[in-house]
Design a protein around this ligand. Sequence first.
Ligand code: UD1
Length: 340
Amino acid sequence: MNKILVTGGLGFIGSHTVVELQNEGFEVVIIDDLSNSSIQVLDGITSITGKKPIFEKLDLKEKSKVEAFFKKYSDIKGVIHFAASKAVGESVQEPLLYYENNISTLVYLLKELKNMQEASFIFSSSCTVYGQADELPITENAPVKMAESPYGNTKQIGEEIISDTCKVLPNLKAIALRYFNPVGSHESANIGELPIGVPQNLVPFITQTAIGIREQLSVFGDDYPTPDGTCIRDYIHVVDLAKAHVIALKRLLENKNKSNFETFNLGTGTGSSVLEVIKSFEHVSGKKLNYKIVGRREGDVISAYADTSKANIDLGWKAALSLDDAMRSAWKWEQKVRKN
Ligand code: UD1
């Protein structure tokens, strides 16, 4: 059984990916520093899969501990690297924190992979690398635009560091997965998104408003050049996203990759406006959402949705779940979390 390291494996996308890896028979070792996650997620994963993953509390910034970790787990065959800071606004205030958390740690990890006989590496990237793309839907060939924030920059630089390293380390193969907007939760509602403090992202803000923690959702602008005036995004169910990680990993483990560094868009291929997301939520929950239109949020792109042909053809992966499925699961999760 292949042993796979998942960094940030107790986070939102990480935990869902651990479930899918275990479902496919992989043995999982999770590293997480618990800075933006809870140890209870481990129980959530175990309750779904019936198997507790190995867990090591570890901060990837502590280089000597990372070295010791790889000595202890010398039989790791692949790494899925989620551990990173992800708040756009915070990254503008604290750029060095973001470069240290997201870049230094990546370098330390890659240095360890040097010693492995064969290393398969999956990197969490983001559609943020495209900025406001000139053409929609967005293909992987769309130019990478000047990053709008240090957070976005860490994704661009991260991809470059990995690509440069793949050129010189013959044992290393990597895939960067460019996520569009991950939403929803596992159907069991035993794991899900757990934002700390006031959510910055749309879907957790919607569910927290509906359950009464937030008074009202602010819709950031309805004067964009889109059919209903609100911004358009490609909301991808986190379970579909998690499955894509397993497929990408297998592609590398089975030497099916076309080059040593590949990038794939992960989205549904369909754009939805903010008002459409609200409508979907109201439809599946049967609740009316309290929202008001306010001014635009700085840094928002007007419209972003994926051309998923490359992932469809090369990975043989396609999103199977709908926006309604995602909203239904997000709502089920919110209700369960607040009960406990
Ligand atoms: C944001 C980040 C992106 C990052 C991603 C990670 C920005 C500008 N972009 O994407 O770089 O990779 O999160 O998850 O922060 N909205 C509202 N009201 C709200 C919250 C959001 O109207 O309270 C709208 C936004 O204007 C946007 C849409 O909902 O049109 C989605 O927003 P969000 O969930 O924050 O995701 P992105 O901005 O696409």
